[in-house]
Design a protein around this ligand. Structure first.
Ligand SMILES: O=P(O)(O)O[C@H]1O[C@H](CO)[C@@H](O)[C@H]1O
Ligand SMILES: O=c1cc[nH]c(=O)[nH]1
Length: 236
């Protein structure tokens, strides 16, 4: 149906989880969905639809970075009718108060990317999460006893900064607590097309303390993030 997606209209639910990693999309569908069905495998950027607690839900991998996410999200909204988009990612930590395995709810997303900046001329647009999704995620995370932080996320085009931690400049001292690579484009597209979006990330590597989690812990802590996102997606 598009150069990047061979699903038919109607193949996706209105609520879609968005991991960067295609294998995380497969794991989410096979681990959590009832009756998962593969709906897209173009470029191995896997997409599935199934249900969670009896309600329809989809997952679509976005690849890494804002250009790649923008393609999948643009098509999910405009071709497949997606209305609620929940990124489920991993991120680095920019504040020592955020511990590995903690969840970050990206209330806003700062970015160095031209993909957002170039659209607004003289203005510095502030990409923000949908308040209802953010509030629901915070309430559910609190009720489940999950460690989480709501705050400003950096969506960077650069994974390997030539200047290391110094490359993040004044952002950490202005309350930017994590770094990933997609949320700002997701929020900007959601604003443009009038749909709801939220990014939830698990902090997997602290750029200050250098603490990281291993593969097994990564899987366990991602379960918390995914069940939280699924409950928020279906309004449970
Ligand atoms: O784990 P995912 O969702 O891919 O997210 C993070 O991991 C990738 C970088 O390793 C980037 O996509 C970044 O945003
Ligand atoms: O984008 C990312 C994701 C995880 N860790 C980082 O440092 N950056």
């Amino acid at each position: 149906m598009t150069p990047h997606n061979h699903a038919k209209p109607g193949d996706y639910a209105e609520a879609v989880l968005l991991p960067g990693d295609p294998l995380r999309a497969k794991w989410i569908a096979e681990t959590f969905f009832e009756a998962p069905k593969l709906v897209n495998s173009v470029r191995n950027c896997l997409g599935y639809t199934g249900s969670w607690k009896g309600k329809p839900v989809s997952v679509q991998a976005t690849g890494m970075g804002q250009p790649s996410l923008s393609i999948y999200v643009h098509e999910l909204i405009n071709v497949y009718g997606a209305k609620t988009l929940l990124r489920v990612g991993t991120c680095g930590g920019l504040n020592a108060k955020v511990k590995v395995r903690d969840l970050i709810l990206a209330q806003a997303a700062t970015t160095d990317s031209a993909i957002v900046k170039d659209r607004f001329g003289p203005y510095n647009f502030a990409p923000i999460a949908d308040f209802g999704l953010l509030r629901a995620a915070a309430e559910k995370a609190e009720a489940a006893g999950m460690r989480f932080h709501a705050g400003n996320m950096l969506s960077s085009d650069i994974f390997y900064h030539a200047d290391g931690f110094a490359g993040y400049g004044a952002l950490p001292e202005h309350g930017v607590i994590g770094v990933e690579m997609e949320a700002a484009a997701l929020y900007t597209l959601a604003a443009r097309f009038g749909v709801k979006a939220l990014t939830i990330c698990t902090m997997t590597d602290c750029l200050i303390t250098k603490e990281e989690i291993n593969a097994e812990e990564r899987q366990t802590s991602l379960k918390d993030m995914v069940t939280l996102a699924l409950d928020v997606a279906i309004g449970a």
